[in-house]
Design a protein around this ligand. Structure first.
Ligand SMILES: Cc1cc2nc3c(=O)[nH]c(=O)nc-3n(C[C@H](O)[C@H](O)[C@H](O)COP(=O)(O)OP(=O)(O)OC[C@H]3O[C@@H](n4cnc5c(N)ncnc54)[C@H](O)[C@@H]3O)c2cc1C
Length: 400
């Protein structure tokens, strides 16, 4: 008998889009639901993000995941996005700013047999010069494969597949296993606004044998309030990006590549209104607010002064102009061990219910790889990921 390859994905951010695409490429029919009318309504709506790996001298699990993850994201970008418009493999300068209390382990230039060889090198004088930095910062790193990417373009391309059907304004309000069919039955709430009569809602239902929760920062509430399960320690981290349009006169004064290490900075990003620069983001642990704040702008500027003093000086007057400084705020979902949560929720109690969440601050780098791992699990195939990573990302409910 043919396997029933139907799946509903709840959430149309990068986690949901990547999950849907991984399944669709394997012949599944996937419906992607979101509360919002369009994809990327939440964290994945960040205007631009950095794709890079987490460099750690001891090659910890986050390093292993991000190193493999960025290969997957960049391979998809090369095939489906427009270079220079939607993404740019410009390289990433990683500043290793240290203070006496928190010294960083020195980074040894990797030898050709090191896993880091093609990923992370010591920054060269010409890269430091292009960022307006002196040669003394010898601990700064250069990631030649690093890139900036526009998540909206990435999500749109992931969802663009004949087997994927996006359904906006569909809030999954409840989910139950049907005793009659054995499928997951979702109660969908549709918000409608009636001019001069306020708002109301109607309900429909959707069902499928497999469901993926990709609900970002809503995940703890979904686990608590819909499934009555513990939240696995998942928590929100709010972040504000400060950005502005980049007059042509600034082109030679801002680094031609992305810079991170104490917040991040990306310039020369094409938008409908001209090139723009982006700086941030703040990191408000356990905060789920999406309100723009002056304080967050100030915090981003203080960090830019340390990250890239020359760029901070160049942008100072723009930073203090209400009409020229803009903000974007979103909420990340993070786990206690800083790794994503991927896989079956609980194979005994909730067969067919899966999750891809807690992508933290590196979802653009890791989501596509995690989605392949998720799809392997749904199809009952062995994952290509190392065992330790597999276990560290497993959903706690399945181990309970
Ligand atoms: C300020 C900021 C800067 C960042 N910078 C970077 C960066 O430089 N590089 C990088 O790799 N990552 C970055 N990230 C992280 C990255 O954006 C996130 O990890 C990623 O977008 C999370 O994607 P997601 O799909 O899990 O969640 P989201 O994008 O939040 O998507 C969840 C979706 O689920 C929907 N949803 C929730 N509940 C329901 C429901 N009941 N029914 C239907 N739909 C529902 C929501 O409407 C939403 O669209 C940044 C994040 C922020 C906030």
């Amino acid at each position: 008998m043919e396997a029933d390859k139907r799946c509903i994905v709840i959430g149309a951010g990068i986690a949901g889009a990547a999950s849907a695409r991984a399944l669709a490429d394997r012949g599944w029919q996937v419906k992607v639901l979101d509360i919002a009318p369009e994809p990327c309504a939440a964290a994945s709506g960040v205007p631009v993000g950095v794709v890079s790996c987490h460099a750690s001298p001891d090659d910890n699990l986050l390093s292993q995941l991000t190193r493999a993850g960025m290969q997957q994201t960049l391979a998809f970008a090369r095939q489906h996005l427009t270079e220079g418009q939607d993404w740019l493999p410009c390289g990433v300068l990683e500043r290793r700013l240290t203070d006496a209390e928190h010294p960083k382990k020195p980074w040894q230039a990797p030898t050709p047999d090191s896993v880091w060889f093609s990923h992370v090198q010591l920054a060269q004088p010409e890269q430091l010069k292009a960022a307006g930095l002196s040669n003394e910062s010898s601990q700064d790193l250069w990631q030649p494969q690093g890139a900036w990417i526009k998540p909206m373009a990435l999500v749109r391309a992931l969802l663009s597949h004949d087997n994927i059907h996006f359904m906006g304004l569909h809030e999954a309000e409840n989910i139950q296993k049907s005793a009659a069919t054995g499928e997951w039955q979702l109660r969908i709430k549709h918000h409608i606004s009636i001019p001069s009569m306020g708002s109301s809602h109607t309900y429909t239902s959707e069902s499928a044998p497999q469901v993926v929760l990709a609900t970002g920062a809503h995940t703890p509430d979904f686990l608590n309030q819909v499934l009555y399960e513990p939240d696995m320690g998942l928590h929100p981290i709010s972040g504000q990006v400060s950005w502005g349009l980049q007059p042509a006169a600034l082109d030679t004064l801002l680094p031609p590549f992305a810079v991170n290490g104490h917040g991040s900075f990306v310039a020369h990003v094409p938008t409908a209104e001209g090139n723009a620069w982006y700086c941030g983001a703040t990191f408000e642990r356990h905060q789920a607010s999406t309100a723009v704040s002056e304080q967050a702008h100030g915090h981003n500027f203080q960090r830019l002064k340390q990250l890239l003093p020359q760029a901070a000086q160049t942008l100072e007057s723009q930073w203090h102009s209400d009409s020229e400084l803009h903000a974007w705020v979103g909420v990340r979902c993070a786990s206690v061990n800083r790794l994503p949560k991927v896989g079956a929720l609980n194979t005994q109690r909730w067969p067919g219910l899966h999750m891809l969440s807690a992508l933290g601050s590196r979802g653009l780098t890791t989501a596509l790889l995690c989605a392949q791992h998720l799809a392997d699990g749904i199809e009952g195939r062995a994952s290509g990921l190392p065992d330790a990573l597999f276990k560290a990302m497993a959903c706690d409910l399945d181990n309970a």
